[in-house]
Design a protein around this ligand. Structure first.
Ligand code: ZN
Length: 321
């Protein structure tokens, strides 16, 4: 009797221990594995295609772990992200989107794995019910992306381009590094172009309240026909893409990469370039953008991490920048 009871207790203990040690990071639970099959699993697409009520989301860019120290460490970036996560959990946006250059090292560099691990550690503190959408930048893929560098990114963060619906709004996430330089991955560039056209048609057919595009590189900083430079997309690909997005009625394109804020318009479409969570390269401090989505349109404002408001007013009608 004693033996049998002991055995039962031991078995119960072993079972409980095994359960506690089981990994819970399967695809359904891992917030960094949600971008798959060209969509984002956390959002229930059929349900989210219908307009519900005003909401807000947060757009971040260039956390770029390692930039302050040239990849020697990432304490400053980690501290800035941890402050950002506190704001996220306090204000509770519908979702958060990080528009690329998650790390400073590229996949082939030594410190890449450490930086990715710290990024995942810090953003894992975002409340589980607030989806975190990651977008790839040039540091995440290399300045000349290849199928191999894209596969490396996908193994950590999921798809490099995809779309998802939230409350009647169609959100399209682009791999802008292949728009900047398609020479190393011409097939990816071509596939993304064909996919984009399908997404724009589908959004129109489904009567999207708004169509928003998110990517790392700004299409342009201030003028839609400005000359090519490091921070924008070359005119050769920019001009036809702008025509395509305008034709589809895209309301805004959100980007990062510039480490400063910049604003422009192409017809009725806004081009919004957002400053960094990580290291600033101009007068704008490390911060985040709050975007309020109403039935009639969007309002957005950039906030330094010292100045993020106590509350978000969903009835905002002005659009201070
Ligand atoms: Zn960049």
């Amino acid at each position: 009797m004693f033996m049998r009871t002991s055995l039962t207790l031991i078995l119960l203990f072993v079972t409980a221990t095994a359960r506690a040690d089981e990994p819970i990071a399967d695809a359904a639970n891992d917030r960094f594995a949600q971008a798959a099959n060209r969509t984002f699993a956390a959002f229930d697409s059929p349900h989210e295609q219908t307009w519900q009520s005003p909401f807000f989301f947060m757009q971040l860019a260039d956390t770029q772990y390692g930039m302050f120290t040239g990849n020697k460490g990432f304490e400053q970036e980690a501290a800035l992200v941890q402050r950002t996560v506190q704001h996220i959990n306090r204000l509770r946006p519908r979702f958060v989107i990080v528009c690329g250059d998650l790390t400073n090292a590229t996949p082939k560099q030594d410190r890449y794995q450490d930086q990715v691990a710290q990024y995942r550690r810090d953003f894992s503190k975002v409340d589980a019910d607030i989806p975190l959408v990651c977008v790839c930048g040039n540091h995440d893929l290399g300045n000349r992306p290849t199928p191999e560098s894209i596969a490396s990114y996908q193994s950590h963060f999921g798809d490099d381009y995809f779309s998802f619906w939230v409350g009647g709004v169609c959100n399209i996430v682009m791999n802008s590094s292949v728009l900047k330089d398609p020479s190393g991955a011409p097939g990816v560039y071509a596939d993304q172009q064909a996919w984009l056209q399908q997404q724009l048609v589908a959004a129109k057919d489904a009567q999207a309240k708004h169509i928003l595009v998110f990517q790392h590189h700004p299409l342009f900083l201030t003028q839609e026909d400005e000359p090519d430079e490091y921070f924008n997309i070359p005119l050769e690909r920019r001009t036809p893409l702008l025509a395509q997005l305008k034709q589809a009625g895209v309301r805004a394109v959100f980007a990062g990469h510039y480490h400063r804020n910049a604003y422009g318009t192409a017809g009725a479409m806004e081009m919004i370039t957002t400053g960094p969570v990580g290291r600033p390269l101009g007068k704008d401090p490390s911060g985040l953008r709050i975007v309020v989505v109403n039935e009639a349109g969007i309002q957005h404002q950039y906030w330094g991490l010292d100045d993020v408001p106590a509350k978000v007013d969903l009835s905002t009608t002005s659009n201070p920048k």
